[in-house]
Design a protein around this ligand. Structure first.
Ligand code: MN
Length: 286
């Protein structure tokens, strides 16, 4: 049996439960102990998965294979995570990693789009580390970045190459780009600064980054590299990103609110959506 995951769309009000994967003949029983829902649904084979629609006030769901309990789902959270038994396949995480070595930089990046916002970031540029830590935290992507770059020249190659590598890892983690929301948008303040980010995982790289930065440097990061970071990331991540600082005074705040808004927008755009299929009228998004 090769089933993979359940997706729930909202807490206690579940529009559909999808069981993806394939099963060639074993009895599978899905039961939900809710009086408005059929007590159990049995299918002999589900090569294309099972979708149960309009399940309401759900309190628990079980999957059985040959009457042996394989998994249960509890109703917490936006996207239900399967509480798997030891016999089950590990939960699928969308991960990507990149090692990028040039004469200018030596970089390793890994990303887990289904993480909790844990990060280990060491780019050699303190303020960039601070921004990438914020990106991880507010996107809930687990991110590890190590960069040894030619900082004796300046911060350009390190910043640009970290962005390119992070975008490539993100693209790898997304895979086929099926079953995701595709669009995301967020407004994030940091005290007096307010930023807006809008993301379309379009596979067409484009970035508009207008950040109103006025200082030459923040810490050891040139402010001109901050919009360039977003441009480079969008290029290899193959997405459209519009990020604007709407107003603000302090450049540290402006940049940080821009990264936080981008993180929130990305989180929304990559969120799994069991009804999405390929979220494009063209039928292709990869
Ligand atoms: Mn800060």
């Amino acid at each position: 049996m090769d089933w993979k995951e359940f997706v729930k769309t909202s807490e206690y009000q579940v529009q559909s439960i999808s069981v993806f994967g394939s099963n060639t003949g074993a009895d599978v029983v899905i039961s939900a102990n809710d009086t408005e829902t059929p007590a159990s649904i049995t299918q002999q084979a589900w090569p294309d998965g099972i979708v149960i629609k309009d399940v309401r006030k759900i309190s628990d769901v079980f999957v059985y294979n040959n009457t042996k309990r394989k998994a249960s789902v509890s109703p917490e959270g936006d996207v239900g995570k399967v509480a798997r038994t030891q016999n089950s396949a590990p939960e699928k995480h969308r991960v990507g990693s990149v090692v990028r070595t040039t004469k200018e930089t030596n970089i390793s990046v890994s990303i887990d789009l289904d993480g909790t916002g844990k990060s280990t970031i060491d780019t050699g540029i303190g303020f960039l580390d601070h921004m990438l830590t914020a990106l991880s935290k507010h996107s809930r992507f687990d991110i590890t970045i190590h960069c040894k770059g030619d900082l004796h020249i300046d911060d350009h190659h390190s910043t640009e190459d970290v962005a390119l590598a992070l975008g490539t890892a993100f693209d790898t983690a997304l895979g086929s780009r099926k079953g995701i929301g595709r669009f995301g948008s967020a407004l994030c303040p940091l005290d007096e600064a307010l930023s807006r980010a809008v993301v379309d995982i379009s596979s067409r790289p484009h970035c508009e980054a207008h950040l109103q930065l006025t200082r030459e440097m923040v810490g050891t990061l040139s402010t001109e590299m901050i919009p360039h970071f977003f441009e480079s990331f969008a290029q290899t991540a193959r997405l459209t990103l519009h990020v604007h600082v709407l107003h603000g005074f302090n450049d540290h705040h402006k940049a940080e609110s821009a990264f936080k808004a981008t993180a929130r927008a990305l989180r929304q755009a990559v969120a799994l959506d069991s009804t999405a299929g390929v979220p494009s009228t063209k039928g292709v998004l990869s």
